[in-house]
Design a protein around this ligand. Structure first.
Ligand code: ZN
Length: 677
């Protein structure tokens, strides 16, 4: 492990501020995905804190919930009254719910977040600074058969660390360490290995705790390199994309065939129905995955359990190997029922759908309620695979915690409490939308609106800028010429690879050329028809099999024009193309109703914040009408401006369940037009 401590990073004043130093060290650890992933790990520092009376209070600053180590700030470290925490450590029994309430009451500032569930353990450790990770190499050593594990730890660490058997994080773990400590710790103790869980290091300063982390991790790495060379290490290190990056593309192996596309969409539909909500599904075919899914012992190895119990919330106890979903969900129901009596209070069963699927043909598919959740499951499993392989191939076998311990974590009372208090997600959460013309104007506004309502969005556009319209794991911008059917198919392949299927299509790409019929060129006519009509017809043909497999029923909204019901001079090609497009949609509404697909049309008028309208064109039209530009913009019955955002709001509503009983509709968005009314 590289020592990334930079003596110049902390200037003189924060150098004496122990919390700032703790922030810096936590970020160093949090920046390395082989140490902590997505909210894992925590840290603390004990320091005096002045209160309003001017007196100093003995405090401990502990990582608060909701903060990632990699991006934590001073505001993420909750100050607590240390003497009160020490009192709590004297209690013999305390439920985790009671413990969290007591920790809340021990905060020195109620505006800070709830502190880590491992707070009492941090408070107990007789060192000022503490850093905790779930390092891959530590869980690699601790998920082995008991004898092999003991040998390895003794060889690597001798007497330098205290080894603590697995118990649930929380009060029980704090008490176990408290009981273990006097017999095992000594002045030379630099760390603590929690079996099947992770590593703690400590010291007088956060720098010392960090340096000890570097030392203990490096010793584990060196031992593993000698005894268990990592599979495929050379190709991984030369690979430009890190598996932990949420935007890292899958390797471009075989382009999925039409059959593979519909197989993936079928799998997503079945998984979503099992989960009771639409789910996002991301496919991975990188070299780590390809090697793993080809193993003859895949089913046995993948079923053993996660590296650290934290992961069970993200990946479930085990992936689904193959595609027999009925067998997986029934095994999950059996597992829940078998352990249900372990809980002191009644538990709410979680959905039985897998979060990781491993299949020799599909590769690895990760699943989540959101694209972010699917990406997190992927990050975790990308770190899991090499650990499983090293343990199994070189260290006598991978041995995870037994099911009851994992069940305790999955159905932990604190996790169950989150279910009761979590707010309703945005209305389009888990749905996948394809938006054409997404780089500007109405298409861009629709893409951003759908993204904001929780959908995963694939934006298509001829413009390069489409990649940057949205950001984060729920956005995929694909530069595509929609008039090229092959390119359109490629874009759908990318959509299914990234998100698992398609539920929503918004066709917004458009072309407008103004000319009276007498001057209309054949080229202008053909281009208008190609973009506004032919491209949508070929998209409909290509996307129908995916929409028909949507777990929520497909939803299509096509941007037509006020020119359909009320054509204008000089727009013959445009009006004709949009009229034909409207007719295409009406037939689609008829033909696709049996597949549960709704097809609706909107007729916007005078949306001036789009690429179709240059300031010059706007000024020219206003002058022709004898109006100012502002007057021209508001020349509708309601005297209201029709913006892209307003159109996007209507489009999104038509895509939502609000319009579940509406298909074949044509909705004007024009501020009221007497020729249309
Ligand atoms: Zn932990």
């Amino acid at each position: 492990m590289e020592d990334r401590w930079d003596p110049t990073a902390l200037t003189a004043s924060p150098r004496v501020d122990p919390v700032a130093e703790c922030v810096y060290c936590s970020r160093l650890i949090g920046a390395d995905p082989s140490l902590v992933l997505h909210g894992g790990g925590n840290s603390s520092v004990k320091a005096a804190r002045p209160d309003v009376t001017g007196r100093n209070v003995d405090a401990i600053f502990v990582k608060g919930s909701g903060w990632d180590m990699g991006s934590i700030e001073v505001a993420g470290f909750t100050p607590l009254r240390l003497d009160r925490l020490r009192d709590l450590l004297e209690v013999e029994e305390l439920s985790d719910v009671d413990m969290m309430r007591e920790l809340g009451a021990a905060k020195l500032d109620p505006s800070f977040p709830a502190p880590s569930v491992e707070t009492l353990l941090h408070a107990f450790l007789p060192h000022r600074a503490v850093q905790h990770s779930h390092a891959d190499v530590i869980v690699n050593l601790t998920n082995l058969a008991a004898e092999r594990r003991a040998e390895a730890l003794a060889e690597i660490y001798g007497d330098d660390v205290v080894v603590v058997p697995y118990v649930m994080p929380g009060f029980d773990l704090a008490k176990l360490v408290q009981a273990t400590w006097p017999a095992h710790a000594h002045p030379g103790t630099t760390g603590m290995v929690l079996l099947n869980h992770g590593l703690f290091t400590f010291g007088d300063t956060s720098e010392e705790a960090y340096r000890r982390h570097v030392d203990l991790i490096t010793r584990a790495e060196q031992w593993l390199d000698r005894h268990a060379p990592a599979a495929g290490r050379a190709e991984e290190s030369s690979s430009p994309s890190s598996p932990s990056s949420p935007s890292s593309p899958s390797s471009p192996s075989l382009p999925p065939s039409a059959q593979l596309l519909t197989d993936l969409a079928d799998l997503r539909r079945a998984i979503s129905l099992a989960a009771g909500a639409p789910m996002v599904m991301r496919r991975h075919t990188d070299s780590v995955v390809e090697r793993f899914v080809a193993r003859p012992d895949l089913a046995s190895l993948a079923d053993r359990g996660p590296l650290t119990p934290d992961h069970v919330i993200r990946t479930k106890r085990a992936p689904m190997v193959g595609t027999d979903l009925a067998a997986y969900t029934s095994a999950y129901a059996t597992y829940v029922d078998a352990h249900r009596s372990r809980a002191r209070t009644p538990v709410t069963a979680l959905d039985p759908a897998p979060r990781v699927v491993l299949d020799p043909r599909l590769g690895m598919v990760t699943i989540g309620r959101t694209a972010k959740d699917a990406a997190i499951a992927a990050d975790i499993y990308h770190h899991t695979v090499p650990v499983l392989e090293r343990a199994e191939d070189h260290l006598g076998g991978y041995v995870a915690l037994p099911s009851p311990d994992l069940w305790d974590m999955e159905y932990w009372v604190l996790e169950q409490a989150k279910l009761a208090t979590s707010s309703t997600p945005p209305e389009l959460t888990g749905m996948v939308a394809v938006v054409t013309g997404a780089a500007s104007g109405i298409g861009r506004a629709c893409a951003l609106d759908l993204l904001g309502r929780g959908a995963a969005v694939v934006g298509l556009d001829l413009a390069d800028g489409v990649a940057d319209v949205g950001s984060g794991p729920a956005w995929l911008g694909v530069r595509t010429d929609v008039t090229d059917a092959a390119a359109q198919h490629e874009a759908l392949v990318a959509a299914v690879d990234r998100f698992g299927g398609v539920d929503i299509v918004v066709a917004s790409a458009g072309f407008f050329a103004t000319a009276p019929i007498a001057d209309l060129t054949a080229e202008a006519w053909r281009t208008t028809m190609a973009v506004n009509l032919d491209a949508v017809a070929s998209l409909f043909t290509a996307v129908h099999p995916l929409l028909a497999r949507s777990p929520v029923g497909g939803r299509v909204v096509v941007i037509a024009s006020k020119n359909v019901p009320a054509p204008g001079k000089g727009a013959a090609a445009y009006s004709s193309s949009k009229a034909a497009l409207t007719q295409l949609c009406r037939v689609a509404a008829l033909e696709w109703a049996d597949d549960g697909i709704r097809v609706n049309v909107v007729h916007p008028d005078a949306v001036f914040d789009t690429g179709l309208w240059s300031p010059e064109l706007l000024a020219e039209r206003a002058a022709k009408a004898g109006l100012t530009v502002d007057g021209y913009k508001l020349r509708n019955l309601l005297h209201t401006e029709v913006t892209s955002a307003r159109v996007a709001g209507v489009v999104r509503s038509l895509c939502s369940d609000t319009f579940a009983a509406t298909t074949g509709a044509q909705v004007p968005i024009d501020g009221g037009n007497d020729r249309v009314i």
